[in-house]
Design a protein around this ligand. Structure first.
Ligand code: ATP
Ligand code: MG
Length: 555
């Protein structure tokens, strides 16, 4: 890239200033997922941003589960989230942390606010609280319980904790300002009664803190310097600041918001994905057509490609959505020099070289990646009967078709020049075999310069090839129609999002491929052996991405 300027994003500028002003001794960031589902590409942005900042400033990065709401959370998600964070290469400092381990400190913090006259127990019902809150245009009204004495509040709050009251009967609220133009500041609820078993603390608690109260405390306890979250929390920032100020933390964390990552025509909503999983439209949360981190990994994306993508996208203060083609560009760029380029025939037809001795086989030395010598070479068998792609032959070619047709000569990549002499068809008119002759002078690597041909096609030796299933993917949703149906909000699914090819033939070297191994199949794209379904006697490859690109960086 010419004229590249290394400019800092707005978060880095804030951090630089804070360090200059001596606000913090060390930078500490965190990724705070709620363990209520699988992580997706949007979360990857948050993970890499937070981890990247900690690394850049020589600070720390925490992985903390925001598990303060026992209704939605499950332990099963904790493990998958840890796995995804580690796979992305975001190294968290110390142990995995849990917000629920701070419940005692949060309770103490609430008591402190009560003692300062900054919080009170309110007996209004949830509906009444809503009515008292007012609207964007009208100020709220004070709760009749707002002026309870400190002693009464302490007593009631303790009894809330001790389980004396029913769910929803009482809450603890901050005493801020019922006339604030920011509705979040109109005496927000800090604690509620909920007799529920928590995945970590069991039945110890029957009161649980609200997100806006818990989150700043979690950050402050851990010494987080910059609490980076997404834009929808911008209006909550005054409350965040209020909590850390009133609790008198010495180096209060600072909340900074950035825009969420959205991908065009891609489903990220948990509700929709859950439905697709339950209706068996996709093969689980890691179906390669989804953009959960588990799905991207299964499809064959690398952590490096996702990092590159996040760098290209950058961080911003305004919401926008990014073209999926940009993510595809990144995986192509990442794999280009790292992976071997092998021959695989996805839609096979036999090519028989009539003048090649029957039963003979020779091994061609083939460079694994012409752009990266370090990947070495391999040997590929060549013999009389090959498979080639059906689309590389035409009985009656149009103009500018340079591949095989009767009378035409092409190069077999890493092999010889062959000239088509004949072909056979079945009763339905389908071509069943193609005949040709080869010129022994033209062996690849022999330095033959006698003449040139315009077309080069790939092939595999029929008796040596390994059979595989190959899965081709397209967008899950119909891009023309957009993700959601305008009438009923359902998904506009693309009926062709998965194509399964059951009779593909690969070079014998691929028999060794293990789940997660990826390759370039020349002229086709990048493919990855499926981690769930591929086995030595039943190879299954997922197409990560084709070779053609509609995206150019900087355009
Ligand atoms: P979703 O509803 O999409 O699962 P969430 O916000 O409920 O997302 P959390 O577990 O609460 O999921 O989020 C953990 C962190 O990831 C938060 O800091 C959140 O702001 C961030 N995050 C979530 N979605 C995105 C996104 N699309 N882009 C960037 N960051 C995101
Ligand atoms: Mg959430």
């Amino acid at each position: 890239m010419e004229n590249e300027v290394v400019s800092k994003n707005f978060i880095e500028q804030i951090i630089d200033k804070d360090l200059e002003d001596g606000c913090y001794d060390e930078i500490c960031t965190r990724f705070p997922p709620e363990p209520n589902g699988y992580l997706h590409i949007g979360h990857a942005k948050s993970i890499l941003l937070n981890y990247g900042l900690a690394k850049k400033y020589g600070g720390k990065f925490h992985l903390r589960f925001d598990d303060t709401n026992p209704t939605k959370e499950k332990t099963e998600f904790v493990q998958s989230i840890i796995e995804d964070v580690e796979w992305l290469g975001a190294k968290y400092d110390g142990e995995v942390l849990f917000a629920s381990n701070y419940f005692d400190q949060m309770y103490e913090a609430a008591v402190k606010l009560i003692k300062k006259g900054k919080a009170y127990v309110c007996d209004l019902s949830a509906d009444a609280i809503r009515q008292y809150r007012g609207t964007l245009k009208e100020p709220g009204k004070d709760s009749p319980y707002r002026n309870r004495s400190v002693e009464e509040n302490l007593d009631l709050f303790e009894r809330m904790k001790n389980g004396e009251f029913e769910d929803g009967s009482r809450v603890l609220r901050a005493k801020i300002d019922m006339a604030s133009p920011n509705i979040n500041m109109r005496d927000p609820v800090l604690y509620r009664v909920a007799h529920m078993t928590h995945h970590n603390t069991g039945d110890k608690w029957c009161i649980y803190p609200m997100y806006d109260f818990a989150h700043p405390i979690e950050d402050a306890i851990e010494g987080i310097s910059h609490s980076i979250c997404t834009l929808e929390f911008e209006d909550h920032r005054p409350l965040y600041d209020w909590v850390v100020r009133e609790l008198e933390y010495p180096h209060p964390p600072k909340q900074i918001e950035f825009a969420k990552l959205y991908l065009q025509n891609v489903i990220t909503g948990k509700r929709y994905i859950k439905k697709l999983v339950e209706e068996n439209i996709v093969d689980g949360w890691d179906d390669p057509r989804l953009v959960s981190i588990a799905a991207l990994r299964r499809r064959g994306f690398t952590p490096e490609s996702i990092k590159m993508f996040m760098e290209l996208v950058g961080v911003s203060k305004s919401n926008s959505s990014v073209d999926y083609a940009m993510l595809e560009y990144c995986i192509r760029e990442d794999l280009k020099l790292k992976r071997s380029r092998v021959m695989a025939v996805l839609d096979p037809v036999k090519l028989i070289i009539d003048n090649y001795p029957e039963g003979q086989v020779e091994y061609m030395d083939v460079v694994n990646n012409q752009e990266n010598e370090a990947l070495g070479t391999r040997q590929v068998p060549f013999c009389r009967e090959l498979y080639i792609e059906r689309e590389d032959f035409m009985e009656e070619p149009p103009k500018k078709y340079f591949r095989l047709y009767p009378g035409n000569e092409v190069r077999l990549m890493n092999g010889y020049f062959v000239t088509c002499t004949d072909y056979k068809k079945d009763e339905n008119g389908k071509v069943t075999e193609i005949h040709c002759t080869y010129d022994p002078e033209t062996r690849s690597g022999s330095g033959f310069t006698g003449r040139k041909v315009k077309g080069t096609i790939h092939w595999v030796a029929a008796p040596y090839a390994v059979k595989a299933q190959v899965r081709l993917y397209e967008n899950l949703v119909d891009e023309e129609k957009g993700v959601y149906n305008k009438e009923d909000g359902s998904l506009n699914l693309n009926p062709n999002s998965l194509t399964v090819l059951n009779e593909c033939y690969l070079e014998p070297a691929l028999a060794q491929a293990k789940g997660g191994d990826s390759f370039q199949f020349v002229r086709q794209g990048y493919f990855c052996a499926d981690t769930k379904d591929s086995a030595p006697d039943h190879l299954v490859f997922n197409r990560i991405v084709s070779l053609k690109s509609s995206y150019k960086p900087g355009k």
